[in-house]
Design a protein around this ligand. Structure first.
Ligand code: FES
Ligand SMILES: [Fe+2]
Length: 373
């Protein structure tokens, strides 16, 4: 990946310094724990891409401060339950077997039903203890992603998804993936930070290392206009409008794009892009908190079949652009009371909107961190 100045790649996973770098970031951010919001807001979270879970397969996922097993039955139903068996603690995701709607523990073969987590069979006993149960999580599979409903107050009903990303017209073209060392709220706040687009995303994505020999791209700039506002349709939705043009020699505008983004809860975004040359295509973004301050971000790209060769270039460009944000997030501080200019007011509005995803029971960053580190 190329950074905003087009020089050395910025990655927290650079081989030689991975551990050192992560620890250094963590330590710096720990100083500010008391000022940060809880790390796991309530809502739907994409935790596994559908293509990574075959029929009769079970996988272990650690995220949101939980240890989960996700499995797919022979009838293509997906269930998510807590990963550790209440008998003697084996991990269902490591050697567990899928049998009907149940996950069978790899250790002594107890069977747990996915719909309610109850143990329904112990192969060597005629009676099943009443308390033999694991937590079963509400889940949904849509747009090629398996989502889990995470809510600290278990009585809250999940909301529905407003948009189907792929259909006969829009097929899957590819993906990218990033690990970001920051609080989850920093990432969606980017959409409300309307000023940053022309600040860090203006330099042409082709002007970095890969095209060092060509000076031409230094005369190309991305120009952006953007707005962010809560949606009138539902309170957990927010709308991002973005218009883009590629400007050459500071005056010729070419390759225009109008982007309509929908922020769905704290961690999921769908975007529809109408471009002057390539027509319409779509992106969805999921953020999964792997640890309190470590986010896994995935972008999946969809468009008409004929767009395949161009989508490769688009995915590359989007990856370069997003890496510029990642560099900022990896190193920045989260200020609870930032000093804002009048043009920054959407950030304030965004933070108020985002606060709906917490309740008084949401666990603080300090509590969650003590559990993990
Ligand atoms: S540990 Fe799972 S059945 Fe014994
Ligand atoms: Fe950005």
């Amino acid at each position: 990946m190329i950074n905003s100045r087009g020089s050395q790649p910025e990655s927290i996973f650079r081989k030689d310094s991975k551990r050192f770098t992560i620890n250094r970031f963590r330590k710096a951010k720990q100083d500010n724990f008391n000022n940060m919001p809880p790390p796991y807001p309530n809502g739907w979270y994409g935790i596994v891409e559908s293509c990574r879970l075959n029929i009769s397969e079970a996988i272990f996922i650690s995220c949101l401060g939980e240890k989960l097993v996700v499995y797919r039955t022979q009838n293509n139903k997906v269930f998510i339950v807590n990963a550790y068996c209440p008998h003697l603690g084996a991990n269902f995701g490591v050697g567990g077997r899928v049998d009907g709607d149940c996950i069978v523990c790899p250790f002594h073969q107890w069977s747990f039903r996915g719909s309610d987590g109850k143990c329904i069979k112990i192969p060597y006993s005629t009676s099943v203890p009443r308390s033999a149960k694991v937590k079963s999580w509400i889940s949904q599979e849509t747009n090629g992603i398996i989502f889990v409903w995470y809510h600290i107050d278990s009585t809250e009903k999940p909301w529905s998804f407003p948009m189907t990303i792929s259909d006969n017209q829009f097929i899957y073209h590819g993906r990218n993936e990033f690990y970001v060392n920051c609080h989850i709220r920093e990432i969606p706040e980017n959409g409300a930070d309307t000023i940053h687009f022309n600040s860090i995303h203006n330099e042409c994505f082709m002007s970095g290392n890969i095209t060092k020999s060509s000076k031409f791209f230094q005369y190309c700039h991305h120009k952006w206009n953007s707005s962010w506002m809560p949606s009138k349709n539902a309170k957990h939705l927010a709308e991002i409008k973005l218009s883009h043009s590629l400007q050459i020699f500071g005056r010729f505008n070419c390759f225009r794009m109008d982007i309509s983004g929908l922020q769905i809860g704290p961690s999921y975004v769908t975007m529809e892009i109408n471009s002057s040359i390539f027509g319409t295509f779509r992106i969805c973004q999921t953020i999964t908190p792997i640890e309190p301050l470590l986010q896994k971000v995935i972008h999946r790209f969809y468009g008409p079949r004929w767009l395949a060769p161009f989508m490769k270039i688009f995915i590359c460009g989007e990856s370069i652009m997003f890496q510029r944000d990642v560099t900022i997030w990896n190193h920045k501080d989260l200020l609870p009371n930032p000093i804002l200019a009048k043009e920054d007011t959407a950030i304030k509005q965004f933070r108020m909107w985002y606060s709906q995803f917490y309740t008084c029971n949401s666990k603080s960053l300090t509590d969650e961190t003590t559990n993990h580190w």
